[in-house]
Design a protein around this ligand. Structure first.
Ligand code: G3H
Length: 489
């Protein structure tokens, strides 16, 4: 087992002497897919949380030479030291991603490599930002030297589906911009911080990065209550985000950087290329078992194409390979959340009682902690699988005869992240794009939804997001424009 016995506060790795929480793996060493004990983490509370907050506020306010006022090149230097150390931990972290959250080997490797690339790209972007800031402006006789500065103390909470990549997509730009941070890893995917904690300690000045373990309610809530957090950076669900925001006594002072739920639709027009659409929808709905905020979570298919789509799609779903993350060609892997299969089962049962059918033979079959993806058709608005963000292996298919039907549904939806539009006729597709970009933030033509490449803006409308992530945008999300002005006199 791997026991995390320390936590990082004020540049010190402190030994934890209190109670601990068990960490379970998603997969086991036997040939069943039942979770087994993997290790433990400290079960921290208010006392340590407030220590971390004091360390972060102290490091931010330490005056001249402190992290926020340090030369840009020196902050970049610290980040370069960190990324070099991180690179030596690739194998260990990839292994932990597979064991802890059941992510396939190629996807775990991709998560690691993408994170390293994200750090390098952020460094380059920050250098460019700094070069641009060196220029003076002059308007109406007033000179200005405008640059971007940090916001203060950032509380970072990442998600279990990208415990390294998305957590770092918050943390890295926050740190490099000169903010100080308190960071609590996700519930699943927490032990992969163990190989990195020493690198955080030795790469940054004390108090810049503070790492806590435990439940969000126990450590994040007391920090928020003090009103001393300047930025809440969270990727996860809106329930947790709202609960934390509401703890802050002056929430109007709080900057939010949030990546939350989505219900990204695929819209299949009658002339869509069927085999391409099937393959893209397969990846879009079921990569990492659909546990992605960018996953396609509802498929609208025109009535003239829906039968053809359904039969090919159902067959392809049943042909996917299930297994351990390191198995060759594996596409479906065990689920890290112990209750996820029961929840998916509830959605399926609800849809079946309201008139949908399971189109694929294996759909809904249970074994160990897994449920085989069910393709449900026809799905209607009264079904829970239509209304809720399933974040797991079940695919609702909704037929339509008029394009206004999916468009109206999207307009009424609480979410607005992305859409995938499948069709060949440019005269049908082009006018739709203008409508769709006003409903979501990214329109994917003849391809499934995704966050990357990470230089493109990643955000959403309505309840899906606040602020924008991506290499370029995250630096802006974690900073404010400040300037020195003087007159020509
Ligand atoms: O869970 C949400 C992630 O941002 C999805 O990222 O599209 O790269 O899988 P991805």
């Amino acid at each position: 087992t791997l026991n995390q016995t320390t936590y990082l506060v004020n540049g010190e790795l402190k030994e934890w002497k209190g109670s601990t929480s068990k960490v379970y793996s998603t997969i086991s060493s036997t040939d069943t897919y039942k979770p087994t004990l993997l290790g433990s983490i400290p079960d921290m509370g208010e006392k340590e949380a407030l220590e971390a907050l004091d360390a972060a506020t102290g490091a931010y306010n330490r005056g001249q030479g402190a992290w926020p006022t340090m030369l840009v090149k020196d902050r970049i230097g610290c980040m370069e030291v960190f990324v070099e150390k991180m690179k030596t931990k690739r194998e260990e972290i990839v292994k932990l991603l597979m064991w802890e959250i059941g992510k396939s080997l190629p996807d775990s490797q991709k998560e690691f490599d993408r994170t390293v690339e994200y750090i390098y790209d952020t460094i380059e972007d920050y250098k460019q930002m700094d070069r641009d800031a060196a220029k003076f402006q002059k308007h109406d006789g007033v000179y200005a030297h405008i640059k971007r500065g940090p916001l203060g103390v950032v509380l970072c909470l990442g998600p279990y589906n990208y415990p390294l990549n998305e957590t770092f997509a918050l943390l890295i730009p926050a740190i490099i911009m000169g903010n100080t941070t308190i960071f609590k890893p996700a519930k699943h995917g927490v032990l992969l911080i163990t190989p990195l904690i020493e690198a955080f300690k030795s790469s940054f000045p004390k108090g810049v990065v503070n790492i806590l373990f435990g439940r969000g309610r126990a450590v994040a809530a007391p920090i928020m209550k003090t009103g001393k957090v300047d930025v809440l950076a969270l990727i996860g669900n809106s329930k947790s985000a709202n609960a934390l925001m509401n703890q802050h006594p002056k929430s109007n002072r709080l900057r939010l950087v949030l990546g939350l739920e989505a219900k990204n639709p695929a819209i299949i027009l009658p002339d869509a290329d069927l085999s391409l659409t099937v393959e893209e929808c397969l990846a879009g709905t079921l990569s990492f078992n659909g546990q992605r905020c960018t996953a396609l979570k509802v498929v609208y298919a025109h009535e003239n194409i829906v039968d053809g789509f359904n039969s090919q799609f159902a067959e392809r779903v049943d042909a996917l390979k299930f297994g351990n993350p390191w198995d060759d060609g594996v596409k479906l892997t065990p689920l890290p959340e112990p209750n996820k299969s029961d929840y998916i089962q509830e959605l399926i049962d609800d849809a079946l009682t309201k008139g949908a059918k399971i189109l694929n033979k294996k759909g809904g079959k249970r074994f160990d902690n897994y449920i085989w993806p069910a393709v449900l058709y026809p799905v209607t608005k009264d079904m829970r699988v239509y209304q809720e963000e399933q974040f797991g292996p079940v695919i609702p298919i909704v037929p339509f005869s008029d394009i206004e039907e999916p468009l109206n549904d999207m307009a009424e939806s609480n979410y607005g992240q992305q859409v995938s539009l499948f069709g060949k006729d440019v005269y049908a597709v082009a006018p739709l794009i203008d409508t769709l970009v006003n409903l979501v933030c990214r329109v994917n033509l003849n391809s499934s939804c995704q966050r990357g490449p990470d230089v493109y803006p990643f955000t959403g409308r309505k309840d899906s997001a606040q602020s924008t992530l991506s290499v370029h945008d995250a630096l802006r999300s974690f900073s404010i424009r400040t300037f020195v002005a003087f007159k020509d006199n």
